[in-house]
Write a protein of this length. Structure first.
Length: 105
């Protein structure tokens, strides 16, 4: 799936739009998940769970509060670990089930 109106092309991946701002990076990551789901004809309600990777564990409370408020019925695993790009402070993965338009594996 692609959501090119929302996500960078491969040659732009070295650009971080919210450099150094954890809250904005988290909002951007969640917006990207939503855009990919919509591109597949699904919505955020189709998510079964999230995996959130944090560079700094001190950001855990911010993530937990965001997910408790916005995604209280969605399972989540929040981990500290190395991220793909040095500028990134957070990465978010989501898995959707039973959503029309999404590939079946």
């Amino acid at each position: 799936m692609n959501a090119y109106d929302r996500l960078c092309h491969t040659h732009d991946y070295n650009v971080t739009f919210e450099r150094g701002n954890f809250t904005r990076q988290l909002a951007r990551a969640l917006g990207n998940v939503d855009a990919l789901l919509r591109a597949g004809g699904a919505s955020i309600e189709a998510l079964s769970h999230f995996i959130v990777y944090l560079r700094d564990s001190s950001d855990y409370n911010v993530v937990e509060a965001c997910f408790a408020e916005s995604f209280s019925n969605v399972l989540r695993l929040i981990l500290r670990g190395p991220l793909c790009r040095p500028e990134w402070l957070v990465e978010v993965e989501g898995v959707a089930n039973d959503a029309p338009g999404l590939p079946v594996f």
